[in-house]
Design a binder for this molecule. Sequence first.
Ligand code: LHQ
Length: 263
Amino acid sequence: MTTYSTISYDCMDDIARLTLNRPEKLNSFNVVMHGEVQDALNRVEADGARVLVLTGAGRAFCAGQDLDDRAVKPDGAGVDLGASLEDYYNPLIRRITGLKMPVLCAVNGVAAGAGANIALACDIVIASKTAKFVQAFCKLGLVPDSGGTWILPRLVGTARALGLSLLGTPLDAETAERWGLIWKAVEPEALVPEVEAMARHFATQPTQGLAAIKQAIRASATNTLDQQLDLERDIQRAAGRSADYREGVVAFLEKRAPNFTGA
Ligand code: LHQ
């Protein structure tokens, strides 16, 4: 098992768990944490995980970029924030959205800046009612990144995406649920049990089928209906040849619970 200094990661019983662990800095990202998160995410599939749970240690989920990190501190020469996105944030969002399994985000507290948009890149977001989502970028003269300008209007529409991004007003978890920004807001003490139950559920489901659902729904954002119908045809063709499809149908006809292997 690799020991990390800024995150914890393990994979047990088909469930991978990645916890951002710099609570004294509200789990904000520095270069070390980026490297460790990248490393862990590169292991998830090889470790045989069928679901990934992402969360944060302490009172915050993630405050985005560590503004104290040398890599992003403004200097006379002008810092290249594009490089930081290219090297770290963009690959992270691509990895989360491309992982061939459901990614659950347990938002345990404030999610600000890139931290908010990393949470929103996950497939299912469950937040503690104490959590809030803050598009803090406007307060720094920056633009929502980590996919924020793409996902926000798609989730909540242009008016709310612009309001959140231009004002940087914290959005509480219950309103986030009402607006369709996240799946669910729960009482703080219910967060871990709810997310664990969902993770255990996903770990027994047809993983390839769930990955295909994720792929199709995400592709719909840029496809026409015609393109999407073709995609559904192709994906369903492959799904129909999977062992889990066979098992699902046989189990249904035999009136028993299916025993999916994820294959
Ligand atoms: C922090 C941070 C933080 C360092 C709290 N860094 N210390 C991508 C590419 C490249 C560069 C630029 O950025 C990006 C993407 C981004 O993410 S830009 C957006 C960066 N994030 C922010 O602007 C959020 C800044 N933080 C806040 O607005 C507040 O801290 C939030 C709303 C997250 C929480 O507020 P409070 O609950 O009131 O906590 P606090 O403000 O008192 O913070 C607690 C401590 O954490 C404090 O340190 P201290 O030593 O005083 O206890 C903060 O300085 C530190 N901290 N966020 N991003």
